[in-house]
Design a protein around this ligand. Structure first.
Ligand code: NAD
Ligand code: ADE
Length: 425
């Protein structure tokens, strides 16, 4: 895929006509997003004047969308200096990157970069020795660890990144698992994907979803969101799972559970949402029906064996439009449609989750930055306290018009909790 007209590097002024146009579109779309991100506005109003992040150099590696631009500008209002790159080669919204560059942020991101450029952008972003890192998927964290760059702390956005942090025997710094906030994992991963999956699928193909057999691999937070969206449109949903509890939940919620070897024969569309590797392998691709659609929504592009399709001499690749490819078996009446080259479909073909749910996730990031900058956390992986999770939920309830009940003293004593929370441990 060809990069758009220009690259944004080192915060150079966006001085071409195309650059100015993109930056203006980014400014307008970021302003729209900001209006839908009430939690961020509240945190900036609460902490902004005190500039609690003054002096902090933050490096971010997270999908550069207009919602991320809202996060980046909020971190600056809290006193931090911020540099950014994206955590996926296809997820940058060039107008968001151009807007940030025009505001003087050093930005290293464009849609459709190569894998080599991706790692160069990470290197550029951390070249000033950041104090704090906001990561999504663990690539920037891996880079600073491999290069021996010392940081004060890391906040990790997603399930896969948190798993990678926990798998390390030791860490030289504290890391906050932002993903593990309930207001993140059970909202962004589930309700976010419930909406952004469909945006990606519809952008990528004209396939009608109602009546089709949709196979969803993984029934965690993301998988459940996908299943809700697909079944809501009338798809007949099949789930594959390795965890008996998740599989049991899928059955109790009315879905068929089977292995991929069985599902491959009957599915019309396949969505991988596991964060695992080799979920759809070559043999499954061989079994699939003519015309089946394939998409991944998990963090890395290792869930579908894309190289089986790309490197097989018996299969011809026909590019239909950017990030939509048909793979046709030579001499057979069979083709499969692959979206986003197997990278997260909601961010490569669409613009990711809606702003409102990203307000949750990014409140978690801001609170994690405040905690890490304040200090006092030991090396290793930490969760933010439950009270902060409840705070994020509160910030988003009011704009939705919900009215929360306050415990009476008698009720609080009976339950053995404080009137202000936390209400669960
Ligand atoms: P999760 O741990 O809640 O769920 C994953 C599920 O997949 C689990 O139930 C697990 O048992 C199951 N699973 C694992 N290996 C499997 C296999 N081989 N076959 C079938 N099922 C398998 O994780 P999650 O929060 O749902 O996240 C899933 C992935 O999506 C992660 O990579 C995460 O980082 C990513 N994610 C993407 C987005 C997005 O916007 N695209 C948003 C949030 C998370
Ligand atoms: N992850 C999922 N959706 C996103 C968005 N809109 N912005 C940044 N990261 C995301």
């Amino acid at each position: 895929m060809v990069a758009v007209g220009y690259k944004i590097r080192d915060g150079l002024p966006v001085d071409s006509e195309r650059g100015r146009e993109l930056a203006e579109r980014g400014r307008l779309e970021t302003a729209l997003a900001r209006k839908e991100m009430p939690g961020i506005a509240e945190l900036v109003a609460e902490y902004g004047e005190k500039k609690p992040l003054l002096g902090a150099r933050i490096a971010g590696c997270l999908h550069l969308t207009v919602e991320t631009a809202v996060l980046v500008t909020a971190l600056r209002s809290l006193g931090a200096s911020v540099r950014w790159c994206s955590c996926n080669v296809f997820s940058t919204e060039d107008h968001a990157a151009a807007y940030l560059a025009s505001e003087g942020f050093p930005v290293f991101a464009w849609k459709g970069m190569s894998e080599k450029e991706y790692w160069e952008c990470i290197a550029d972003t951390v070249s000033i020795s950041p104090d704090l890192i906001i990561d999504d998927g663990g690539d920037m964290t891996k880079y600073v660890l491999d290069q021996g760059i010392a940081v004060k702390g890391v906040a990790e956005e997603t399930t896969t990144g948190v798993r990678l942090l926990k798998q390390r025997e030791s860490l030289p710094f504290p890391a906050i698992a932002v993903n593990d906030l309930i207001t993140k994992s059970q909202f962004d991963n589930r309700y976010g994907c419930r909406e952004s999956l469909l945006a990606g699928l519809m952008q990528g193909s004209g396939m009608m979803i109602g009546g089709k057999v949709a196979v969803v691999a993984g029934y965690g937070d993301v998988g459940r969101g996908c299943v809700e969206a697909l079944s809501g449109l009338g798809a007949r949903v099949v789930v594959t799972e390795i965890d008996p509890i998740a599989a049991y939940r899928a059955v109790m919620e009315g879905f068929e559970v089977m292995t991929m070897d069985e599902a491959a024969l009957i599915g019309d569309l396949f969505i991988t949402a596991t964060g695992c590797v080799s979920v759809i392998e070559g043999r499954h691709l061989e079994m699939m029906k003519d015309g089946a659609l394939l998409a991944n929504i998990g963090h890395f592009d290792w869930e579908i064996d894309v190289s089986y399709l790309m490197k097989n001499p018996d299969i011809e690749r026909v590019n239909i439009k950017p990030l939509v490819d048909k793979f046709a078996w030579r001499g057979r009446d069979k083709c499969l449609l692959l979206l986003g080259e197997g990278r997260l479909v909601n961010l490569s073909l669409a613009s990711g989750h809606p702003s409102f749910v990203m307000s949750n996730s990014f409140c978690g990031q801001i609170l994690a930055m405040l905690e890490l900058w304040k200090g006092g956390y030991s090396p290793g992986v930490h969760k933010l306290p439950r009270l902060l999770d409840e705070k994020i939920a509160r910030l988003h309830l009011k704009p939705l018009g919900a009215k929360l009940t306050t415990l009476t003293r008698k009720q609080a004593e009976y339950l053995g909790v404080s009137i202000e929370g936390p209400f669960k441990t």
